[in-house]
Design a binder for this molecule. Structure first.
Ligand code: SF4
Length: 333
């Protein structure tokens, strides 16, 4: 029997998942679980890099993220869903790897720089945990000896850092770690419905996978469109319209015809939005049905997390034994 390659993917549990997550990664994970041995990490420790002052929210967020996965069609019989903080070997690997990474590699990492700006961290206010999270990500990927990591192009520098750490480790001690590869996908990026690049609950500018049909209608109706269109017969510019970006993602068959009609002023924004509302609700309907089933059974969700975490712990034990042997720090063996 051919052994499936392993992939590692995951999320920081910082709130409910939205349509951006769906097109950006979740739909792909549902497909990939049939081809690969898929591991999904719920990165609660990493969530603390920016939410360290609110740890009490984590247990609810961990549960909800798992519920979102199951609603999307992630199958716990095919995919191992586990909780990062319950794999202590990840923390141990992070420490060993941190000896191999010059600070300059982290400080000048383009993703870190962008995210620091987003959270308003300057060089003085940035915590050690935030600066070092790509090292912890290397531990997330390697503790289970993942071969592949599905990412968008902006995450490639992180995977490159993991590969560097693995090469350094393998050369310095012994070749025991698998060097992972980025599985770079053409990931559509959705902006908030108000045009803001960031989607957040406080801005009320996104559609969550758990939203009701009424909320979907309300959010889409509030979406910002082409500001140059005052009347429905004015020629539109779909390239500047956020609703059009959503139509391309969720109503692709209709989007080509829409583009022409919008440019020619043959469709108004109200009927255009109506078709988007219908498409999003159609997409979310099976997710709502699965969510309902799991929501009524909290024990099952807990069991899925316990079993997934157990499987991840077994993999972690195997890897850490290899690592300690290679580093010659397995003193009492
Ligand atoms: S018709 Fe649709 S695509 Fe064109 S501007 Fe209005 S909302 Fe945007």
């Amino acid at each position: 029997m051919m052994v499936k390659k392993r992939i590692l993917t995951g999320d920081r549990p910082t709130g409910p998942l939205h349509l951006g997550h769906y097109v950006g990664s979740l739909v792909n994970r549902v497909k990939l679980q049939h081809e690969y041995d898929e591991f999904i990490i719920i990165a609660d420790v990493q969530a603390l890099t920016t939410n360290f002052d609110h740890p009490e929210k984590l247990s609810e967020d961990v549960y909800n993220v798992c519920l979102d996965y199951l609603a999307c069609g992630i199958d716990p019989n095919l995919t191992t869903i586990f909780i990062q903080s319950h794999i202590p070997e990840i923390a141990e690997l992070t420490i060993y790897y941190s000896m191999l990474v010059p600070i300059s590699l982290l400080r000048y990492n383009p993703t870190i720089k962008t995210e620091a700006k987003q959270y308003g961290y300057d060089a003085k206010g940035m915590t050690y945990g935030f600066l070092g999270y790509p090292v912890s990500q290397a531990a997330d990927i390697t503790f289970c000896q993942a071969h592949l990591v599905p990412v968008g192009a902006d995450q490639v520098p992180h995977i490159e850092l993991t590969r560097k750490i693995v090469r350094r480790f393998n050369e310095l001690y012994r070749s025991v770690l698998i060097e992972p590869e980025a599985l770079v996908g053409d990931i559509p990026r959705l902006a908030g419905l108000d045009g803001n690049a960031k989607m957040s609950k406080s801005l009320g500018n996104c559609i969550y996978l758990s939203d009701s049909p009424e909320i979907v209608t309300k959010r889409v109706n509030m979406a910002v469109t082409d500001p140059a269109r005052i009347h429905s017969k004015d020629p539109g510019h779909p390239e500047v319209c956020n609703v059009f970006a959503y139509q391309k993602a969720f109503n692709p068959k209709f989007s080509q015809e829409l583009e022409e009609n919008c440019r020619a002023g043959k469709i108004g924004c109200v009927p255009c939005k109506k078709t988007l509302i219908a498409a999003v609700n159609e997409l979310l309907e099976p997710l709502r049905a699965r969510r309902k089933k799991y929501e009524a059974d909290k024990d099952t969700i807990n069991q899925i997390l316990i079993q997934g975490t157990k499987r991840a712990q077994e993999e972690a034990k195997k890897t850490i034994a290899l690592v300690r042997d290679a580093m010659k720090i397995n003193y009492f063996k």
